[in-house]
Design a protein around this ligand. Structure first.
Ligand SMILES: *Cc1c(COP(=O)(O)O)cnc(C)c1O
Length: 365
């Protein structure tokens, strides 16, 4: 039982708002796949999926065990596993997860299993590389894939998809349009020669924002669900979903010349009131936020982090704040704070969110 006082509250209404915001940008028949990988971007993939399951058409996770967790929590929605890995294929089938098959090695491994069991029309997804050069078949693989598919009824291609390399960056617009065109060509080859028409999808969140025309049959929304668009204006229309809170464990009054924390990094120049908060770099608070770079909110006022961020704690300056031990502390509760934390941590908000440790208790409200 996790009674940790540092809690990430996941805002269900915000998730719903964000989902509807993207739905309005799409044709009513376009399906929505909610990406809940990496613990729902640092929240709780299971709670988010349970909350969204009657509102979306598909879920995606990165790895097989993430999909297993959803099934064990009784999530019935189709689940695409983006990076299933060969040793897990039996588990994929046991939990009725839908694998992304992205090269002949995993395609053949899955087909062999499907023939042995045997499966009947088991839903699989084929990913094509159109420029990200991460996972995916090449268009030159198409004839062989189609020939192999024609010889089996043990698997059925549920969708063909690809992933954009720079959908958020309009300076790379030509590259993105080229990716979309390549994908369209790949889809046409399948539609012409396969005998049935799998679903098509290529857009992630910023793809929906910038290239909504390429929505095909489904879009895959991750970061947008959690409150972040491409830019400030877009993000302003979304609602923050991740609210991280804690409490003051202890308050110290220290005198000039005394220091706070490891390596004595903070040296008091005047009498200083310092508050210790139970969250540290092991919870996803970057050490770059130490030494007055980062702050938290105590009783509606900013309290800067003083000294170095410890593994399990931070100390903040509350000299000018009326507060006591046990008072609530907001680590972040809006996108502006999260963007600031990401900037100071020299990263992007994707990393700031997914860095939130599984040790922190998560509650969807
Ligand atoms: C993570 C991921 C997404 C979601 O991307 P966002 O930018 O968070 O919307 C979509 N598709 C694939 C293949 C991914 O790996």
């Amino acid at each position: 039982m996790n009674n940790h006082v540092t809690i990430l509250e996941i805002d269900g209404n915000a998730l719903k708002h964000n989902l509807n915001y993207f739905k309005k940008k799409l044709n009513p028949e376009t399906k929505i796949l909610a990406v809940v990988k990496a613990f729902g971007y640092g929240s709780d993939g299971v709670q988010v999926a349970q909350f969204l399951q009657d509102k979306v058409d598909y879920f995606a996770v990165a790895y097989t065990h993430e999909g297993v967790a959803l099934r064990q929590a009784n999530v019935k929605t189709p689940i695409l596993v983006l990076h299933p890995q060969i040793p897990n294929l039996q588990t994929v089938i046991a939990y009725r997860l839908e694998p992304n098959l992205y090269n002949f090695k995993i395609f053949n491994a899955f087909l062999k299993l499907a023939d042995q069991i045997p499966l009947m029309n088991y839903p699989v997804h084929l990913k094509f590389n159109t420029g990200l050069n991460r996972l995916g078949f090449w268009h030159t693989d198409i004839p062989k894939i189609i020939a192999d598919l024609k010889e089996t009824n043990h698997i059925k291609v549920q969708s063909l998809f690809s992933h954009l390399a720079a959908s958020e960056d309009l300076e790379e617009k030509d590259f993105t349009i080229n990716q979309i065109n390549n994908f369209t060509y790949i889809a046409q080859q399948f539609y012409k020669h396969l005998g049935y028409e799998p679903m098509l999808h290529i857009l992630n969140t910023s793809g929906v924002v910038n290239f909504a025309k390429a929505q095909f049959n489904m879009v895959r929304i991750g970061i947008g669900l959690y409150g972040f668009g491409n830019d400030e204006q877009e993000t302003a229309q979304l609602k923050n979903t991740h609210n991280l809170k804690s409490i003051i464990s202890q308050i110290h009054i220290i005198q000039p010349g005394e220091t706070v924390g490891y390596n004595r990094a903070f040296v008091a120049k005047r009498p200083t009131k310092s508050a210790t908060i139970p969250i540290g770099h092991a919870d996803g608070i970057s050490r770059k936020l130490g030494n007055k770079k980062g702050y938290v909110i105590v009783n509606n006022k900013k309290a800067k982090i003083i000294g170095n961020v410890c593994m399990d704690m931070i100390m903040v300056d509350v000299t000018k704040i009326d507060c006591k031990e046990g008072d609530e502390v907001i680590i972040f509760n809006n996108q502006k704070m999260l963007n600031y934390i990401a900037d100071v941590s020299e990263t992007i908000v994707y990393e700031t969110l997914t860095a939130i440790s599984p040790r922190i208790k998560k509650v969807l409200k």
